[in-house]
Write a protein that binds this ligand. Structure first.
Ligand code: SAM
Length: 181
């Protein structure tokens, strides 16, 4: 299992429970499954979302943290002052295939914040980020963008064991096998 020494945190901007319920839930789930430590979301506060992700964590284990962030720009500025490296994921950025080796090096020495947008990302985030990075320069989805970046950063996360889980899958090519721990 790969141990994260420095933190890898995701910030999802502009959550709207009516429109984005599943998208933000899926952003949090892929963040947890593919190796991020923490997930923050801004926009409308959504206790149900936090409750659902914490239920998953209780059953499936791990130390993943989810929190609401009321003032995201202030939050990002504070992390920059604390020397975090901030990456904004946008189709307008530099292609991840060219940036990934550099990001892997940064991850060895610095906490990283990955920002993903919602409907429209304010200009300030493009300017304040240390780097704007694209997962291909075509429009797609924040869920795909997070999962591909996390996979490219460390594909071993797919083999990670989540500690303190109540259940665990015993992988099988034919049938569902779940172990109660
Ligand atoms: C549905 S998209 C919204 C796209 C929107 N037109 C915009 O202003 O960027 C929501 C988020 O998904 C992420 N995203 C979508 N396509 C991406 C790409 N090719 N590379 C990186 N991130 C992407 C970005 O974080 C974006 O803010």
């Amino acid at each position: 299992m790969t141990q994260n020494i420095y933190k890898l945190t995701i910030l999802k901007l502009d959550h709207r429970p009516e429109r984005d319920k599943r998208i933000t839930t899926h952003c949090a789930l892929v963040s947890r499954a593919f190796g991020a430590d923490e997930f923050y979301f801004s926009g409308i506060e959504d206790k149900k979302l936090i409750e659902n992700i914490n239920k998953i964590k209780k059953t499936w284990g791990g130390d993943f943290k989810i929190e609401y962030c009321k003032t995201p720009l202030k939050f990002v500025k504070e992390l920059i002052l604390k020397k975090w490296y901030v990456i904004h994921l946008t189709m307008y950025g530099l292609n991840i295939t060219k940036e990934i080796e550099n990001i892997k090096k940064i991850k060895k020495n610095q906490n990283i914040l990955l920002i993903v947008g919602g409907s429209k990302v304010p200009r300030e985030y493009y300017e304040i980020a240390n780097c704007n990075v694209a997962v291909g320069n075509q429009p797609h989805s924040e869920v795909a963008a997070i999962s591909i970046v996390l996979y490219l950063l460390d594909s071993n996360q797919l083999n990670k064991d989540f500690e303190h889980s109540l259940i665990k899958i015993d992988p099988d090519s034919k049938i569902k096998k779940v172990i109660n721990l």
